[in-house]
Design a protein around this ligand. Structure first.
Ligand code: FAD
Length: 323
């Protein structure tokens, strides 16, 4: 029986949404192909997460427990993932395409002798693994194929929807020892700056209110924050809004920022430059507010509101409060 394995990063004491999305898709493939569905968690207290994986129908959970795994450092994470890979012997290993995964994917493929399809927006496994990958700032979708197995696939957030299985499972738990000498660490993690403004983390958010250069002052910023608060949304920003000094760089969405795919993306005073769109085009519903009816953002928006954000946002906030 072949094994399909998912790497499950955790955040704030639970598996990340992006990980559960990938796990849900891999479960569909595993059930179709009669393969074993395995998941792996790297964490000093990894067994705490087994309970959260049971509703997702996993057959096996690989746990790597070591104090060095309390934060992401490439060297131990790479060693841990390779150890799990060797123990599970999967034909397919899927990982959410986070910054940390991007850091180690190529090295992991080399270490375990697997092909790698990075940062894909869809994938399937048959005689070979096929995937679609947005390239050139998401202007072009490239069909890619790995003709040898095993294969590592990293998957963009928001590509699939996380859904528990019809019935939960009681997975076999396999502990994989981590043979890593922390004295060999050549990097230390000095500070973690989370991309969180208010209560919601940008990369995990279901709703994002994103501000562009059209938000030109503190009053505009407060309107964006108020709208986000009313919706329980995370705040994002274009590079222009960040360069204007209104928002921290950790909130940048786009080619050189975060890639997000929330259910609802509200672009406020954002023109829709290709470098920004590259980071949010996968959003399910896009609402654009812009005073220029010819702004390119309207080409990809589900709903467009043409007008001055300083007039529209207060009305929107008022309406939402009324609901
Ligand atoms: P602008 O393009 O200036 O648009 C502002 C919009 O606000 C306009 O459409 C205007 O009509 C509207 N507006 C103004 N006032 C109001 C108002 N009162 N009410 C309503 N609407 C109003 N950008 C990113 O965002 N993310 C990236 O990761 C990124 N990476 C880049 C990488 C490279 C290599 C390069 C060269 C550029 C990158 N950029 C990135 C920059 C990108 O090209 C654009 O310059 C940037 O996205 C523009 O941001 P903006 O839409 O907020 O500003």
């Amino acid at each position: 029986m072949s094994t399909y394995l998912c790497h499950i990063p955790t955040q704030q004491e639970r598996p990340t949404r992006a990980a559960l999305e990938v796990l849900t898709h891999v479960r569909t493939l595993a059930r179709r192909d009669g393969a074993r569905l395995a998941a792996c968690v790297l964490h000093p207290e990894a067994d705490r997460f087994v309970e959260a994986l049971k509703p997702y129908g996993v057959d096996q959970v690989y746990l790597v427990k070591h104090p060095v795994l309390d934060r992401h450092l490439n060297a131990p994470v790479l060693t841990a993932l390779a150890a799990v890979f060797r123990a599970a012997q999967p034909t397919l290993m899927a990982l959410p395409s986070t910054e940390s995964v991007k850091d180690v994917l190529g090295a992991l493929a080399a270490r375990v002798g697997a092909a790698a399809l990075p940062d894909v927006s869809a994938f399937d496994i048959g005689a070979s693994v096929t995937a679609t990958r947005p390239v050139m700032a998401a202007r072009v979708l490239a069909d890619t194929e790995a003709t040898t197995q095993p294969v590592l696939v990293s998957v963009r957030a928001g590509t699939y929807t996380a859904q528990p299985a019809e019935s939960p499972t009681e997975p076999e738990v396999v502990e994989v020892p981590l043979d890593f000498d922390t004295a060999t660490l050549r990097a230390t993690l000095r500070e973690v700056i989370t991309g969180t403004t208010g209560q919601v983390d940008l990369s995990e958010a279901d709703i994002i209110v994103a501000a562009g250069r059209g938000v030109r002052d503190e009053a505009g910023k407060q309107l964006v924050e108020e709208l986000a608060r009313e919706l329980g949304a995370a705040i994002g920003a274009s590079r222009a809004a960040i360069e204007a000094g209104l928002f921290p760089a950790s909130l940048q969405i786009g080619q050189t920022g975060k890639v997000v795919s929330p259910t609802l993306y509200i672009a406020v005073g954002i023109s829709g430059a290709i470098q920004h769109v590259a980071g949010m085009a996968g959003s399910k519903v896009i609402v654009a507010i812009n005073k220029d009816p010819d702004a390119p953002i309207f080409n990809i928006a589900t709903y467009g509101i043409v007008g001055d954000l300083y007039q529209i946002l207060p009305l929107l906030i008022e309406e939402i409060r009324r609901i």
